[in-house]
Ligand binder design. Structure first.
Ligand SMILES: *Cc1c(COP(=O)(O)O)cnc(C)c1O
Length: 390
């Protein structure tokens, strides 16, 4: 490996050369089952023909022109995203942290417009919002923050899935302008809140004039079985951030807003050189169209539930497995001990998984995974986990 890369990643000692669907091949010709999908990015799997065609054709026409000019693909993607989400307006950027940066700036500006000089945003324990200064400050994980102080101020932290804690903040502070929350915590360990959580947050936001801002960077784009995770409820957010699955690996992020929130950014308040360029937006459009045409939301729901139920059956008598949970194709297996070593064991068994929250195995497979592939995943991984726990 090159010595000229900064040491920011603990890389596994292998390099992939190509892929197809849920399969990847390394430079030694070994074949792997991919249950990580580039960390919830490759929803269409690898080398999906419709995506390949769309970005090849777009690259041959126009890759980038800047936001100084009209961009037809960006307009089409904004229209499509608003149609499937019910949101009103979109700002395009290049990643999840940038989408959240946009949301945070929007909330602060919204506060200042209301005469709040020192606006604060409620954020959650165990959350993950990115690695830029503002988003790592919003993130509820000391490991992400340590060494980067002074952190960006203006965040109030409460436990996840705890409505009382939010109500207490509402009763003691008058400068809160928004709540930023993941509908399901991904990096935090596939934490699925109570069914009524988002509805209750919506009610508190309405009562206090706060914006409800959902970080759907990981949960969005079909991952949980609906286009967006909030669509499992009856509520709408005011702001929503997207990235990971949106471009199937071509970098793109988006901050969507609705109603009053959609009017907050005015000329000159935000920008991005690459954001929403023709290539990225062509990838976004091809991704959304393929999800629709191939019923991948339904597949995410069905296969995700099948995987969870199969693991539950496998682990019925296995001491050491605390819980198996899923929201569509976000699947977590919580053990009674740290399980980082499982990643290496899985690699040796030609299976890609990861562990983010110490004791939780996280699976975010491509949305295109079929039943046979899901069964292979469950069979391989449950054997490994049983060996690991024995
Ligand atoms: C991955 C992730 C981010 C950060 O996205 P980047 O593209 O790495 O900046 C933000 N929020 C959530 C919920 C994520 O899962």
């Amino acid at each position: 490996m090159s010595h000229h890369l900064m040491n920011t990643y603990a890389r596994q000692p292998l390099t992939f050369t190509h892929g197809e669907g849920v399969w990847l091949w390394d430079d030694k010709g070994e074949k792997y089952l991919d249950a990580l999908a580039g960390v919830a990015v490759n929803g269409l799997g690898h080398a999906h023909p419709k995506l390949v065609k769309a970005i090849s054709e777009q690259a041959a026409k126009l890759i980038h022109v800047s936001n100084i000019y009209g961009i037809a693909e960006q307009e089409a993607l904004a229209d499509k995203l608003c149609k499937i989400s019910g949101m009103d307006k979109v700002f395009f950027c290049n990643s999840g942290c940038e989408a959240n940066e946009a949301a945070i700036k929007l909330a602060r500006l919204y506060g200042h417009n209301k005469g709040i000089e020192n606006p604060e945003i409620i954020v959650m324990d165990k959350s993950f919002h990115g690695r830029t200064l503002a988003t790592l400050s919003a993130t509820g994980n000391r490991k992400v923050q340590a060494g980067f102080e002074p952190l960006v101020s203006g965040f109030v932290r409460v436990p996840y899935d705890d409505i009382e804690a939010v109500k207490q903040v509402a009763s003691r502070k008058n400068n809160v302008v928004a709540i930023l929350v993941e509908p399901v915590q991904g990096e935090g360990g596939i934490n699925i809140p109570n069914r009524a959580y988002l509805e209750a947050l919506r009610t508190i936001c309405d009562a206090n004039g706060w914006l409800l801002m959902l970080d759907e960077v990981q949960t969005g784009i079909g991952r949980t079985g609906t286009w967006f995770s909030f669509q499992h409820t009856d509520i709408m957010p005011d702001v929503m951030s997207l990235a990971k699955g949106l471009g199937s690996g071509v970098p793109i992020g988006a901050c969507l807003a609705r109603g009053m929130a959609a009017e907050v950014f005015t000329y000159g308040k935000h920008g991005s050189t690459f954001g929403g360029n023709p290539l990225a937006c062509a990838a976004g459009l091809a991704t959304l169209n393929a999800i629709e045409q191939e019923n991948l939301r339904e597949n995410a729901e069905n296969i995700g539930n099948l995987i969870r139920a199969s693991f539950e059956a496998e682990f019925k008598n296995t001491k050491g497995v605390i819980a198996v949970r899923n929201a569509g194709m976000m699947i977590g297996i919580e053990l009674d001990r740290p399980c980082g070593d499982l990643v290496k064991m899985a690699l040796e068994a030609k299976l890609l998984i990861n562990v983010t929250a110490d004791k939780v195995v996280r699976l975010v497979p491509p949305l295109v995974m079929n039943e046979a592939e899901a069964k292979e995943l469950v069979s391989k991984l449950s054997t490994l986990i049983k060996t690991f726990l024995a």
